[in-house]
Ligand binder design. Structure first.
Ligand code: NAD
Length: 269
């Protein structure tokens, strides 16, 4: 079968689902018949996402979680079990970015804050989420960790974010080996430059400059373009894919972009 009906009725948690990529993933999962725990630190926006899902006939519940807090993450997983009786998958997506600076200018508190959300938060989601997936005896469990291109490439002025995202890819690869015999796939998605509020208040022209600089096709990605991969990884079509860090970046990590002079540009006319 080459459609996504295999995801129907699977129960999944999506962290950081009040906005951006997490919101797009939660909506995409619900549109395809999954039962979704929309989890985020922002209750107001997260509750709206649940309303939007329910308004279109989907099934979702909100649970407030700070992913850096062990008790919150444990309670989030307990909530999933109390609400839907089982857990099939978890998308560890919640994350923050840091200001761009050279490594020595970051403070220790900035390092601690970022890694407590972007790295420890993913570890906690995996620890309690995988335990619940195992106890649910899911025949097609899955973990999707949202890393970044910064999980596979170095970046100037982004040392702490890059270290956390490399850690997420390391957690992903190791856990894929731990749970392959137990029907749980573990993968990371590495988005390129996707248009979400992680860009903060950056003016549109600055964002467009980044798109031209960083994306070979000259545009930012749409959150739905990441959500479609998260759906595939949740489906039974992807059961032989585990331990992978898959890029969604229009090819920007494929190599260096160099200016090209076409001999026959008229082919485009
Ligand atoms: N947008 C991009 O270009 C891009 C590129 C690469 C990787 N990513 C990664 O994708 C993930 C999602 O980013 P986004 O662009 O959607 O960002 P976003 O800011 O639009 O959304 C992030 C969500 O996470 C929530 N959040 C923040 N701290 C939290 C915490 N401690 N506990 C629970 N929730 C928390 C926020 O409230 C928000 O709803 C992040 O892990 C980010 O590093 C994004």
């Amino acid at each position: 079968m080459t459609d996504f009906t295999s995801v129907q009725n699977k129960v999944a948690i999506v962290t950081g689902a009040s906005d951006g990529l997490g919101k797009a993933i939660a909506k995409c999962y619900a549109e395809n018949g999954m039962k979704v725990i929309v989890s985020d630190i922002n209750t107001e926006k997260g509750s709206k996402v649940v309303e939007e899902i329910k308004a279109t006939g989907g099934e979702a519940s909100f649970f407030r979680t700070d992913v850096s807090q062990e008790e919150d993450v444990k309670a989030m997983v307990d909530f999933a079990i109390e609400t839907y009786g089982r857990l099939d998958g978890i998308v560890n997506n919640a994350g923050i970015s840091a200001e761009s600076r050279p490594t020595h200018e970051y403070s220790i508190s900035e390092f601690d804050r970022l890694t407590s959300i972007d790295l420890k938060g993913v570890f906690l989601g995996m620890k309690f989420g995988i335990e619940a997936i195992l106890k649910s005896k899911s025949s097609s469990g899955f973990v999707v960790n949202v890393a970044s291109l910064a999980g596979i490439l170095g970046n100037s002025s982004m040392a702490i974010y890059t270290s956390a995202k490399h850690g997420v890819v390391g957690l992903t690869k190791s856990a894929a080996l731990d749970y392959a015999p137990y029907n749980i796939t573990v993968n990371a998605i590495c988005p390129g430059t996707i248009k979400t509020s992680i860009w903060g208040n950056a003016p549109e022209e600055v964002i467009q400059q980044y798109a031209k600089l960083l994306s070979p096709n000259g545009r930012l990605g749409d959150p739905k373009e990441v959500a479609h991969l998260a759906l595939f990884l949740a489906s039974d079509l992807a059961r032989y894919i585990s331990g992978s860090a898959i890029t969604v970046d229009a090819g920007s990590s494929a190599g260096k972009l160099t200016p090209t002079q076409w001999a026959h540009p008229e082919i485009l006319e």
